[in-house]
Design a protein around this ligand. Structure first.
Ligand code: NAP
Length: 315
């Protein structure tokens, strides 16, 4: 089969290799499209200690063509979107059966773009922060993959006010299409908020932004930390102060969840699929590349050239 190998020269090479065989609890998927995500930049740049060459690719969509021991053979033929630890940039990928989720109504391009960001955004809003009708929500990195989806899930959950923070003024109009009523620039945060407080704040930024955001939580408000885009510097918070104001600091890690409780992640993915399928949530696919151009796709993401989601055409 055709696959892309990431080699020691940090380049993606199109190659012909043997297709993988599903083991116990796994399915083999004939991949139609795969999604590009920031993790591809991290593996390209050597941030994960994976022996090379290997086939990268964390998310793929297509049809199940074989199942391993313990998996219902009736799943052969099912169209799925799969959350995987690698191997997605190939004509066939093996995935844990539990994380190969039926796409039920999604076209296969959208199913590939669904990836990890959609169940993550779903869980941040619905499972972790538990947004209720009437809540106010502030979303950092508002125009990013998670942010653009989280805003839509917040609206679908009945949030009364959804505000976002973006990096530069050029992102403001782009972000607004996802349901934000107000969009602030990072430079203006938190001063431009005035006295506003929020029931829920989503924070993948870290450092001083996290501390400033905690100060903006309304009584009984929840801040969810789910990344450290800007910095890994420790954030020291007084639990007594949080308790005094009835504020909560929560975290979310979808990769860990996929290992400890894959069934819970799959359940969220299925609920998210429904909201995408019924049009409540739109995934903005802005670029499509053939498998041979994966290197360009990843470079464009790394260089900030692309907005929205890029996908790779394989099948
Ligand atoms: N915990 C989990 O389960 C989980 C799951 C998925 C992703 N994540 C994390 O969530 C974050 C967002 O992921 P994504 O897929 O949405 O990424 P993305 O689409 O690449 O968006 C990242 C956003 O980060 C903003 N940004 C970049 N540099 C920044 C900085 N120095 N300070 C503040 N903001 C900055 C950019 O905003 P502007 O363009 O507006 O500047 C960009 O829109 C990443 O850190 C990722 O690792 C966590």
């Amino acid at each position: 089969m055709k696959a892309v190998l990431l080699d020691t020269d940090d380049q993606f090479h199109l190659a012909e290799i043997d297709p993988p065989v599903p083991g116990s609890g796994e399915v083999a998927i004939q991949v139609a499209y795969a999604g590009v995500q920031w993790g591809d930049v991290l593996v390209r740049d050597g941030h994960f200690p994976i022996p090379r060459p290997f086939v990268p690719g964390f998310e793929a969509a297509g049809r199940i063509v074989a199942v391993g021991a313990g998996v219902d053979p009736a799943r052969v033929g099912e169209e799925v979107t799969a959350l995987i630890g690698g191997g997605g940039y190939a004509e066939v990928v093996v995935a844990p059966a539990v994380l190969a989720v039926a796409v039920a109504g999604l076209d296969v391009r959208t199913a590939a773009a669904f990836g990890w960001v959609t169940p993550t955004a779903y869980d941040l809003i619905n499972t972790v922060a538990a947004v209720r009708p009437g809540d106010s929500v502030l979303i950092h990195a508002a125009a990013g993959g998670v942010g653009s989806l989280a805003a839509q899930f917040a609206v679908a959950a009945g949030a009364a006010r959804v505000a976002g923070v973006v990096g530069n003024p050029g992102q403001v109009d782009y972000a607004r299409q996802f349901g934000y009523q107000e969009v602030f620039t990072r430079e203006d945060f938190p001063d431009a908020l005035g006295e506003q407080q929020f029931d829920v704040i989503l924070d993948p930024i870290g450092g001083p932004t996290r501390l400033a955001a905690l100060e903006r939580l309304a009584p009984h408000g929840r801040l969810v930390a789910y990344g450290n885009i800007a910095t890994f510097e420790p954030v020291h918070v007084s639990v007594n102060d949080l308790l005094m104001h009835g504020r909560s600091l929560l975290t979310y890690n979808s990769n860990l969840l996929s290992q400890t409780n894959p069934d819970r992640l799959a359940d969220s993915a299925r609920r998210a699929v429904q909201l995408v399928a019924d049009g409540s949530v739109r995934i903005d696919i802005t670029a499509e590349y053939p498998l041979a151009d994966l290197g360009t796709a990843v470079a464009n993401l790394a260089d900030g050239v692309t907005r929205g989601k890029s996908i790779i055409r394989i099948g």
